[in-house]
Design a protein around this ligand. Sequence first.
Ligand code: DHB
Ligand code: FE
Length: 284
Amino acid sequence: MTDVSAPHPTAAESGAAATQRFVTDKPASLAATPKERVDAIAREVLAAVHDTIRKHRVTYEEYNALKAWLIQVGQDGEWPLFCDVWLEHVVEEVAHADRKGSKGTIEGPYYAPSAPELGADATLPMRDGEKGTPLLFQGQVRALDGTPLRGVKCESVHADDDGYYSQFAPGIPQWNLRGTITAGADGRITIRTIQPAPYQIPTDGSCGKLIAAAGWHAWRPAHLHLMISADGYLPITTQLYFPGDPHNDDDVASAVKPELMLELTPAADGNGRQTSYDFVLDPA
Ligand code: DHB
Ligand code: FE
C-alpha cells in the first residue's frame, strides 16, 4: 500500500494559502457600501471595543500585546482563518434568515473553485490507499414543493482522515477529496469518498495563540462541505456533520446546526458507512 502520510502542516503554510486563495478568488472592496453605513458599523464596532476596554480596565501592557498579536495574525496569513472561525457564522445567519429551504452554514477558508467534474455518480479523487472509513453519500436536490431540480451542481470538499485539506496542507495532491458533481434530470447525486476526521485549526499560529491564552480548544467536528446550485434557484453553501463527534456541541467555528446532522448506517455492500441527505433550494 502507498504511504499516504503527509508532513504536519504549519499555520504559516495553511494561513498563507488561505490568504492567497481569498485575495485571488474574492477580490473585495468597500466601494459599494454607502458611507453612512460604513460610518455606523465602524463607529459601533469601535464603541463596543471602547466599552470592553473600560469594563475590564485594559492595561497598556495588554494593549501592546493586542497590537503585537494583530500584527502577527497578518504575518501568519491568518485573517481568513480568524474571520471564518469567529465571525462568518453570524454573517451567514443574517444573510440566510429568510430562506425556507435547507440550512446553510459557513464556507470557511478552504474552498477552491473548479474542482474536477465527476458526473452524477462521483468518486472523489483520492490517493492510493487513502486512509479512512469508506463513505457512500446519496442525495436529491428539490424545490420547496418537492419537485426534483434540473441543472444541479454540487461541489464537495472535505478533510482527509488526518483532518487536513488538499491545497492548504503540504504533501496532498491538488484535488484530493474535492469534486464537482452534476446531477441528471432527477436531481440525484452520489458521492463515494472516505469519512473526514475532526479538524483542528492550526495551533502554532496567532489564532492558536489566542485559543491557548484564553483556554479554549481548536477543534471543529468532522464535516463535509457542500455547495449546491441549480438553474433558477438560490445556491446554498453548507456542511454536514457526523453524529457522536465530540465537538458537535462546541465547534470552535460555531457552524453546527441540528438540521445538518447526518444519519449513518453500515454500507449495504459491507464496506464502510452510507448516508443520505436531501437539499431544498429556495427560488431565485
Ligand atoms: C475553518 C476551517 C474549516 O474547515 C471550516 O469548515 C471552517 C473554518 C477555519 O479554520 O477557519
Ligand atoms: Fe472545513
